[in-house]
Design a protein. Structure first.
Length: 155
């Protein structure tokens, strides 16, 4: 048995770029993940990795409406590899994470897109969790639902 699953928690590097097609939409943005460690006898080191995230359909709408540069999010998805020829005819290779689930973390942004920092608000400090609807033609009325973490247990 094999599967392709990626789980990332990080900060969005730029506002999502939205592209609209006839019956679809796509959001693309970068996500930074960091880890900090101290090598033996050395100074503390922080290593940051950048990931290209792609979201389709309702997740693209979520990204357009709620995700901004600096937002902390969780992304679950699959690694996708593709290549293309650029304008000069040079073959370019791209690795992307195709999102199946996006969960907003941290505080809800205020009206200017900044993270709220003070006081209590009625929303609390938890974000929303959104799933990509299945592509089997199922009714999409439940495509923006809260996930049950127990559904992700591999056993």
């Amino acid at each position: 048995m094999s599967f392709n699953k990626v789980i990332l928690v990080g900060n969005v590097g730029k506002d999502p770029e939205i592209r609209r097609f006839e019956n679809n939409s796509k959001a693309s943005f970068s996500l930074a993940t960091s880890e900090t460690y101290t090598p033996k006898g050395g100074d503390r080191v922080t290593q940051t990795e950048w990931h290209n995230i792609v979201a389709w359909r309702r997740l693209a709408d979520l990204a357009e409406n709620y995700i901004r540069k600096g937002s902390q999010i969780l992304v679950e998805g699959k690694l996708r590899y593709r290549s293309y020829d650029d304008r000069e005819g040079i073959k370019r290779y791209v690795v992307e994470v195709e999102a199946d689930v996006i969960q907003l973390l941290g505080r809800k942004p205020d009206s200017q897109g900044q993270q709220s920092s003070g006081g209590q608000n009625s929303q609390g400090n938890s974000g929303g969790s959104f799933n990509q609807p299945s592509q089997s033609g199922d009714d999409i009325s439940d495509d923006l639902t809260t996930r049950d973490p127990a559904d992700d247990l591999p056993f």
